[in-house]
Design a protein around this ligand. Structure first.
Ligand SMILES: Nc1ncnc2c1ncn2[C@@H]1O[C@H](COP(=O)(O)OP(=O)(O)OP(=O)(O)O)[C@@H](O)[C@H]1O
Length: 230
């Protein structure tokens, strides 16, 4: 379980997140939503140790991560796909995946289930990452995070810049990762329809704080729509 308690995060003097509390329960798909600029990406960066977090606690299965380097958080069991995906465009699909293995200090072989989840990857193994479409790059980025063998997979806006038919494929792959591999998933998203379809639990953020949370099926959709568009 991932526990975030009373976390503050800032860029220089400017505080972006204050007193944030979140729990991501094992084997669930949890989404964090909210309008542009409310602090969703900063929340994920706080979990990964990529932003200054002067106070609070972030624990994975009881282990405090606040003072850990990003590399050690990955080793502890967190896979992270940043916004924009960060694929290395000049490296091949295969090389991008091997880089993921290297990050986790794991053996040199990409597990077969990765290719089963994303069949385009073996097909395009020798293509440069930069030559793939947005949807294909997203699949590669998720696969690269999965080869580290994470307990929890964190995705920042996986549907951004991807055409609707491919969004469905990505949604299906994320559900399989969750259901078949038992990996917990935390997603930051703006695309409400996708979120309502995929998530078990939702957190809604406004100006650096959580304003609503609960089981997706039990939350008032109209109120959420209002928060997202106001
Ligand atoms: N590197 C940075 N330096 C200074 N301010 C930043 C930096 N990154 C983000 N911010 C500011 O922090 C606030 C929260 O940004 P954040 O990216 O976390 O929001 P978000 O909810 O993920 O929005 P979006 O959907 O646009 O990605 C915004 O006001 C943003 O301008």
């Amino acid at each position: 379980m991932l526990n975030i308690s009373q976390v503050n995060a800032c860029y220089g003097e400017s505080s972006v997140i204050s007193g944030l509390d979140m729990e991501v329960n094992d084997h669930k798909i949890v989404c964090l939503i909210g309008r542009n600029g409310v602090g969703k990406s900063t929340t994920l960066k706080s979990i990964m140790g990529l932003v200054n977090t002067p106070s609070g606690s972030i624990k994975l299965n009881g282990t405090e991560m606040m003072k850990m380097a990003t590399y050690d958080r990955v080793k502890l069991g967190i896979g992270y796909v940043p916004q924009g995906r960060d694929i290395f465009p000049q490296m091949t699909v295969q090389e991008n995946l091997e880089l993921g293995l290297h990050t986790a200090g794991k053996e040199k072989k990409v597990p077969d289930y990765i290719y089963d989840l994303f069949p385009i990857l073996p097909e395009f193994a020798k293509r440069k990452g930069g030559d793939l479409s947005g949807g294909q790059q997203q699949q590669l980025a998720i696969a690269r995070a999965l080869v580290t063998g994470p307990e929890i997979l964190i995705l920042d806006e996986p549907t951004e810049g991807i055409q609707p038919s491919i969004i469905q494929d990505i949604g299906r792959a994320i559900k399989r990762v969750n259901q078949e591999l038992g990996i917990t998933v935390l997603i930051v998203e703006q695309y409400l329809e996708f979120v309502l379809d995929i998530s078990d639990e939702l957190y809604i953020m406004e100006k650096g704080s959580i304003v609503m949370q609960g089981k997706t099926k039990e939350l008032p959709v109209e109120e959420i729509q209002k928060i997202m568009t106001e």
